[in-house]
Each structure stands twice: as C-alpha cells, then as structure tokens.
Design a protein around this ligand. Structure first.
Ligand code: ADP
Length: 422
C-alpha cells in the first residue's frame, strides 16, 4: 500500500480543486508535500477531471518517493503487470553455472508457458551454454563544420587528443572506461561515436554525462566546431539500426544447446529437419523478404518480459531484439540450436533496477553488483537473459513445426473469455 503522509484535509481539498480548475499543474504541487501524498492528490484530481475511479492505480507497495526521485514524474500510482516464473533452466556460462529460475512480466498469455516448455527441453538435454560480451554503451554527438577540410581536421584532432578526452570522460565516474571513438564524416557533419564500458550499469546516462563534459570542456573550446546535438542518432539509441547489428551496443549475447532427437520428439513434439526448415524459410527467407534485421522468431517477447521484470529500459527492446537464430541438424537426429543478439543494453544497477519488485526479481536471479568487481553482475544477468531467449525461441520454433501455435494461443491467451474458445 502507498504510504499516506497526512496533510490537513482542507489543504488537500484546495490542492485538488486547483489541479482540477487548471490553476495549478500536476508538477506544481508544493515541495513540502510528501511524494505519496502528492500522488494521491494528483490521482484524486484526475479522477474528477476524467470521471473515472482509479483504486487499482493507487493500490501498490511502490516507494513513491524513490520512484519520484529516480524514475517518473507526476506520479499517480503504479501500473501492474503479471509476473510469471520459468525454470529450472540449467545455464553454463563464465559466471552462471547451475539452474536458475527466471521471472518474466507480461500480459501475453502463452509466453511464460511456452518459455517454460523450452526450459524443460533444455533441462532434459544438458542445458544451455551462454556468453555475454560487454561491447560497451555508445553515444554519438553530432558536429557542424564549414566543409570537408574542417571535418577532416576535427577527426584528426580527436585522434591526436584521445588521451585528454579519455581523462575528462573517465573522471565523471569511477565505473566508466572510454574504449573507442569512431568518427563518421558526411560533408559538413561529423559524428563521433563514443563507446564506454560502464561496470554494472546500462550506462546511457553515464555515457551522456561523459560526452557532455568532453564536448563542452574540450572539443568545442579547442576546435571551435559546434556540437549540434549530444545524440546524433549515430549512437543508435532505441532505433532500428545496422550499426548496432554489426558493431554491437551494450551487451552482445550468445547461447547454444545440443538437442537430442529424443528430447525434440518427446518434449517439443518436433524433429531437427522440420525445425531447420522453419528456420530457413521463416527466420531467414522471411526476414530477407521483409527487409528485417530480426532473423529470429520472437526475441522481443522474452526481452520485453525480462526487461519489465528486472527494471531495464523497455525502449531498448528496439535494438535488443535484433539477432539470428541458427539451427543445424545433426547426423544422429539431434540439432545444434543457437541464438545471437548483437545489441542488448542491460543494467544490474541504476535505472529501474532499484525499484522494489525489480530488485526482488534481480535477487531471484542472484544478480547483485559487487563494487570490487564491477561488471560481473550485469554479465550474469546477460548470460541468464541469453539462455532464456533461447528457451523461448526453441519452444516457439517447435510450436511452428507442430502447428501448435494457434492452439496454444487459443487455450492460454484467450482463455475462457474468447467466445470461440469455449
Ligand atoms: P545509467 O548510466 O545506466 O543510465 P544511472 O544514471 O542510474 O544509469 O547510473 C548508474 C549509477 O550507478 C552511477 O552513478 C554509478 O556511479 C553508480 N554505480 C554504483 N555501483 C556501480 C557499479 N558496480 N557499476 C556501475 N555503476 C555503478
């Protein structure tokens, strides 16, 4: 339940009236009012403004003060999303070695059941080998020059002053390490794609703060070249982009499993040849035909559910869900099944990870940042995410081969409310 910090009823009534009349705006509540009380006042005003009743939005255990400080403005309550669990999922990586249970928050019926079926198959066949490579978070300011000569001079200046740039950038956080600056020149426009390792944090804020410092303290004053925008879309943050596919952004995830013929048949009701054909015609040819970079069946589903559960930035599903599923039939009737996600921004600290339910989800996964070895917790998270994506992908691909997809959706997603499912 949200904590009610009491203010005199008359004052609360006045503030609600002011919000309803428009004399005061939602973000203009007095600073001496507690965050939970402010949320109640906004919600009450909103109920009157819209003629609605919002008891569920107001009923939660969210720490409103912390959420207001770090995550959301004009808070009125919380949106609830069902949280399911899958597992046990045996994972072997550089950090994880053993069985994990994975919380997934979703409103898409059948997703958890299907991913759980993938976990059962993987448990029966020796588990998943997972790898999380920290390729670093990118931010690319864009600069305006007078012409090609100045553009090339700027690029040369950056090369010659890399150490000074690094010193300023890395002074903004002890967890930040500048690993690369990639220039791209388009006539009078120059992009500088900075790449940072950011410990256990996803790193977008940290990278932005570091870039801002480098641009305003060093590049602009010393070169005289103006920065037009701190993010020049060459980053590329939260947009579909080939550069993220090829060069990576955040974490690059890999996972693979050897599936026996017996498990393919008994748990997944399929066989290697059928899986490989769906892979070839759907994930490869279908993606080529559509001009898609998602050579997979549904990475976005597992990613979104995992992101909501663990407090990631949901919009990163855009670049995160690119990737390639590969299925190779073996001579004994089994199959090598693998997934590859080139650009998954991921954090074990910061952003939404500090919220209570998200923190509990991270605890289920055993993810706990250690200041003495930054980066280990987020790589654990990445290995588990890779293995879970594989479980979800495997199950859905098998469902396609057995034509089970529509039946599962009818049974699990539409439930008893669907007229034609009754
Ligand atoms: P982000 O940069 O991921 O968008 P934040 O703005 O919340 O997210 O930054 C993360 C914060 O967490 C930084 O202030 C950083 O100093 C702090 N921090 C604490 N421990 C760690 C750690 N182990 N790894 C990375 N950052 C950490």
């Amino acid at each position: 339940m949200s904590r009610a910090e009491s203010i005199p009823t008359a004052r609360r009534t006045t503030l609600v009236d002011e919000l309803v009349s428009g004399r005061r705006r939602f973000h203009e509540l007095p600073g001496d009012i507690g965050a939970a009380e402010a949320a109640t006042i906004r919600r009450t005003a909103l109920e009157r403004l819209t003629g609605t009743s919002l008891p569920h939005i107001g009923h939660h255990s969210l720490d409103v003060a912390r959420a207001t400080r770090h995550n959301c403005e004009n808070v009125i309550g919380a949106a609830q999303v069902p949280l399911g669990i899958v597992g046990p999922l045996p994972v072997s990586g550089e950090i994880v070695d053993g069985e994990v249970y994975v919380p997934l928050a979703t409103t898409e019926g059948a997703l958890v059941a299907s991913t759980n079926r993938g976990c059962s198959a993987l448990k029966a066949t020796g588990g998943v080998r997972a790898h999380c490579e920290d390729v670093g978070m990118t931010r690319a300011p864009v600069f305006r020059t007078s012409g090609l000569d100045e553009s090339r001079e700027l690029v040369g200046w950056i090369r010659d002053n890399e150490k000074r740039i690094r010193d300023i950038a890395e002074a903004t956080s002890r967890y930040l390490r500048l690993t690369d600056i990639r220039p791209f020149v388009l006539s009078t426009t120059v992009f500088l794609r900075f790449r940072f390792e950011s410990g256990d944090a996803m790193g977008m804020n940290m990278a932005t703060i570091a870039c801002d410092r480098v641009v305003t303290e060093l590049i602009e004053p010393e070169t005289g070249v103006a920065c037009v925008a701190l993010s020049g879309n060459y980053c590329a943050d939260k947009k579909p982009a080939a550069i993220n596919f090829h060069e990576g952004r955040g974490k690059r995830l890999f996972a693979e499993s050897e599936l026996s013929a017996e498990v393919l048949e008994s748990v997944l009701k399929t066989d290697a040849e059928s899986l490989a054909e769906v892979q070839y015609r759907k994930n490869f040819l279908g993606s080529i035909a559509a001009g898609s970079k998602g050579f997979n069946a549904h990475y976005a589903n597992v990613l979104a559910a995992f992101f909501i559960a663990t407090g990631q930035d949901l919009a990163h599903v855009v670049e995160g869900s690119m990737g390639v599923t590969c299925i190779e039939p073996r001579e004994d009737g089994g199959a090598h099944f693998s997934i590859f996600l080139p650009a998954v921004p991921l954090g074990a600290i910061g952003g939404g990870t500090g919220l209570d339910t998200q923190g509990e989800a991270l605890a289920i996964l055993g993810v706990e940042p250690n200041p003495l070895s930054p980066g280990g917790a987020v790589r654990r998270l990445g290995e588990i995410l890779a293995a879970t994506v594989l479980a979800g992908e495997l199950s859905l691909m098998a469902a396609f081969t057995s034509r089970d997809l529509a039946r599962a959706h009818e049974r699990l997603a539409r439930g008893r409310h669907a007229p034609d499912a009754e």
